[in-house]
Write a protein that binds this ligand. Structure first.
Ligand SMILES: C[S@@+](CC[C@H](N)C(=O)[O-])C[C@H]1O[C@@H](n2cnc3c(N)ncnc32)[C@H](O)[C@@H]1O
Length: 246
């Protein structure tokens, strides 16, 4: 039967919106890894909760948990979110620092969000999509956008694309963390915080020690919403010592 192109397009988007059902898991044509992914999505309470609360992904709960515990985001703060797509950390940061100005009685903050992928607009955030954070041009753009202000928090949920070779992947995320640390030191005000994701590996302890050279209080955090079978942890540095000339 001949189907008009617009109807074909509509039916494929309807399919995309359809809820994943246990029946999907039985489909023989799916690869083992996509079946595992589907099964994990179905049984993950944070996926459902994220949908209900309009967060773009389940990662929101990692930042919520960490900030509920350590309270490093405050109304009026300036936050730089690195590796922000699709945007759930940005959504959380906007509310915590009130950068959307929703609450008139408390100070209004600023949130900058950067990712090498596209980020759809979020009210209250300055979006820098399709930009590689590691390039000096991108970092300069962020600094220029601060308009002379310094950051109260730099948060990074960035991870490099996995190669499948664990040693190489660990090396790449550690390198990325050092780039974030160098940037944070450059743009942060005294007493600021830095939160960054890493995969626990041989070099994590050295990174933690190096963080402690710049931050008075350093913690390794594993929120409940971070999957227990993942080596993912977060390093939180609080109370930035500041730079002598900064
Ligand atoms: C786990 S996701 C972040 C999820 C995000 N925190 C959220 O809650 O929506 C990691 C992101 O880091 C980004 N990323 C990795 N390396 C990057 C780089 N060098 N520059 C910019 N973004 C990067 C990826 O494109 C990806 O979107």
């Amino acid at each position: 039967m001949l189907i008009k192109p617009h109807i074909r397009r509509l039916s494929s988007s309807v399919l995309m919106l359809r809820k994943i059902t246990p029946e999907d898991l039985k489909t023989k044509t799916k690869s083992v890894s996509s079946q595992q992914w589907l099964s994990r999505q179905l049984s993950d309470p944070y996926v459902e909760k994220a949908k209900l609360m309009n967060y773009r992904c389940r990662s929101a709960f990692k930042l919520i948990e960490i900030d509920d515990r350590y309270k490093f985001l405050h109304p009026g703060d300036t936050v730089i979110d690195c590796g922000a797509a699709p945007g759930s950390w940005t959504q959380v940061a906007v509310k915590r620092v009130n950068s959307d100005g929703d609450k008139l009685e408390i100070p209004k903050g600023t949130v900058l969000a950067i990712d090498r992928q596209q980020i759809y607009p979020i009210k209250g955030a300055m979006i820098f999509g399709n930009m590689d954070f590691t390039s000096s041009e991108s970092q300069q753009t962020l600094i220029d956008s601060l308009n002379g202000k310094r950051a109260d928090a730099v948060i990074s949920d960035m991870a490099p694309s996995a190669t499948g070779v664990r040693v190489l992947d660990n090396e790449n995320i550690i390198k990325l963390c050092y780039i974030v640390l160098r940037f944070a030191v450059q743009v942060s005000k005294k007493n600021a915080s830095l939160l960054m994701k890493l995969w626990q590996c041989g070099e994590s302890k050295q990174l933690e020690n190096d963080l402690a050279k710049f931050y008075n209080n350093v913690k390794v955090v594993k929120p409940n919403s971070s999957r227990s079978d993942s080596t993912e942890v977060f390093l939180l540095g609080r109370d930035f010592k500041g730079l002598k000339n900064g």
